[in-house]
Write a protein that binds this ligand. Structure first.
Ligand code: FES
Length: 217
């Protein structure tokens, strides 16, 4: 298990926090109640609330950094009924659904359902966002101009592949949502820019070739 993982055991349910994935959005620490309290040691106390509340709050985490395991396996996380990518304002792709992410390792259970993926090109933890967009002053407001194709359903496995020195490929039913909350695009195959240079964001337009974008994978 990664040294970046901190465990918070409870009588019926355990919570884990993964420092490799957290970009401090704060859905946990801003939640009502006593489950997460900033400055307290330990920060997370699963026994101070119900199992249902633990599940509800953990599933709000948009990066997959927080996950849960119930001690008797009576409760397991299930995917949202729709695969959805939110193109965030000046930030990453927030993806929820039934995810199979190239680059996710075995001790990252949360990213099977929720993840924040780099789209500025600067993350040192690709494919995941590490907040480098703030350092490079990445600018994109998260609008989407294209519509894609109609889908009969938007669930099922969504395979997310890193193309070396290029975009991320999404294969499977998926919808794309603008930063302002409009579901704009749907389809089953799309190449999303992750170099930050496309003139047609969020879609890859081949600009990564002219900018010399390089990735390890
Ligand atoms: S990855 Fe950015 S244009 Fe292709």
């Amino acid at each position: 298990m990664s040294a970046d993982i901190t465990k918070y055991p409870g009588e019926n349910i355990n919570v884990e926090w993964d420092g490799r994935l957290c970009i401090h959005i704060g859905e946990c620490s801003f939640s009502e109640g006593d489950l997460f309290v900033g400055g307290r040691d330990p920060w997370c106390k699963p026994d101070l609330t119900s199992v249902d509340d633990v599940v509800d709050v953990v599933k709000r985490c948009p990066t997959g950094a927080i996950s849960f395991q119930s001690n008797d396996n009576a409760v397991t996380e299930t995917a949202d009924s729709e695969n959805r990518v939110t193109v965030s304002y000046q930030g990453p792709y927030f993806i929820r659904g039934n995810l199979d992410i190239d680059g996710a390792v075995g001790d990252m259970p949360g990213v099977r359902f929720r993840a924040a993926l780099c789209r500025c090109g600067a993350s040192k933890n690709k494919p995941f966002c590490d907040n480098s967009h703030e350092e490079i002053n990445f600018k994109d407001y998260g609008a989407i101009g294209e519509k894609g194709e109609a889908l009969e359903s938007s669930d099922g496995k969504l395979k997310i592949t890193q193309i070396k020195d290029g975009p991320i490929m999404l294969n499977g039913n998926v919808v794309l949502q603008t930063s302002s909350g409009r579901v704009a695009w749907s389809g089953t195959k799309v190449a999303l820019c992750r170099c930050g240079a496309s003139a047609n964001k969020p879609f890859c337009d081949g600009s990564h070739k002219t900018t010399g974008f390089k990735t390890e994978k």
